[in-house]
Design a protein around this ligand. Sequence first.
Ligand SMILES: NC(=O)c1ccc[n+]([C@@H]2O[C@H](COP(=O)([O-])OP(=O)(O)OC[C@H]3O[C@@H](n4cnc5c(N)ncnc54)[C@H](O)[C@@H]3O)[C@@H](O)[C@H]2O)c1
Length: 426
Amino acid sequence: MSKYFSKVSVIGLGYVGLPLSLQFARSGIKVLGFDLDPQKVESINSGKSYLKHFSSESMAEQVSAGRFEATIDPSRLSEVDAILICVPTPLDDHREPDLSYVLETARNIAPHLSKGVLVTLESTTYPGTTEDELRLVLEEGSGMKAGVDFHLAYSPEREDPGREDASVKTIPKVVGGFTPKCGDLAETLYGQALDEIHRVSSCKAAEATKLLENIFRSVNIALVNELKVVYEAMGIDVHEVIDAAATKPFGFMAFRPGPGLGGHCIPIDPFYLTWKAREFGKNTRFIELAGEINTTMPDYVISKVADALNDQGKALKGSKILVLGLAYKANVDDCRESPSFVLMEKLEAKGAVVDYHDSYLPVVPPTREHAHFTGKQSVQIENAYDLILLSTDHSEYKDFDFSNYSCPLVDTRNCIKKRPQKYYQA
Ligand SMILES: NC(=O)c1ccc[n+]([C@@H]2O[C@H](COP(=O)([O-])OP(=O)(O)OC[C@H]3O[C@@H](n4cnc5c(N)ncnc54)[C@H](O)[C@@H]3O)[C@@H](O)[C@H]2O)c1
């Protein structure tokens, strides 16, 4: 009979860790959240949500019931019987995997592991991270052996912030253990809170699964981005073609072109595999080609903006341009790796004067790569611009009435319904 888990700790209370914590708490399991950010910890303990797509009520309910609390004190991790790590796995300045958050977490928690505890990693990463790198740091810092004194597993997060047709509870969870016993325990742990668990043979297989999912998206987005440019030259609307192809009940899945990749996953994760493949003397040409195509999309958009201005007898230089949407995708307040930043930078480099509108992000938060935009404020949508460029398909733009606008509007998502006369797709 497998162990029953009564108290778990979630490390890293961001877009992944917070919803996961709430799901465990809702299932009657006590959750001790741990984060280095004291503001997040304070916010949780006072029942206030810091993610726009999560209500404070749903959080306060679990906090006041005594099922969810947060701490910055790692010594309290000895209270729990499972630890779930959900910290960032970005790329470094050389576009190579940066495991520093995962390994720092391991160093912090290792001295506080109790015997028999299960540690699972949820952060997206390359195959081998859990069994080779995380395990070594945990063993060294705890003086215990994985698979003997404590248990170790990998289970990729499939969170899709803002999605309403699936939740942490209903999205099937893939788990793989360091040993069969580790896998059994991980299956039990997640089975206590989630509807469906899919067991794989190892941590590596689970790590590789997550990368397959994200590479699949990156490659297919690149394909439709390429087709968008080719079909446009042929006078064919790629969206009409995708809608038509999507009527096929088998063998086709619709992906949509856009202004470039954004978010914490799709622009980054494929390069975790590319980097690791080099260690095995293997090339990942397909993945890299997809990356190349996707990163050229902002240039295509800028050329469409220049053409639209040209039709008005105007140049990019000196034009006032309003960018709609800073978030990397619709209806979320997350602007990490957003192509909107790249578009704004490219427009400014050509001498345009750029404003943005995003009601999810009234002020640009600090970012590593686009620090000069920090503090810039969202403005009103109005007709007083030389051009409006839609970058993110937030719902509010879909129904916004642009039909009386005299300035040209370039739509990178084919989402505007009430279009101005000078409407362009990009
Ligand atoms: N955001 C998504 O939609 C999504 C989806 C699937 C997978 N993922 C993966 O999940 C992981 C986490 O992503 P996220 O979007 O939740 O990141 P996030 O930046 O929103 O949250 C990470 C949290 O970890 C905390 N943190 C950083 N270092 C820490 C440490 N040493 N100890 C304790 N806390 C620490 C940060 O303060 C932050 O609150 C990444 O690997 C990401 O690729 C993200």
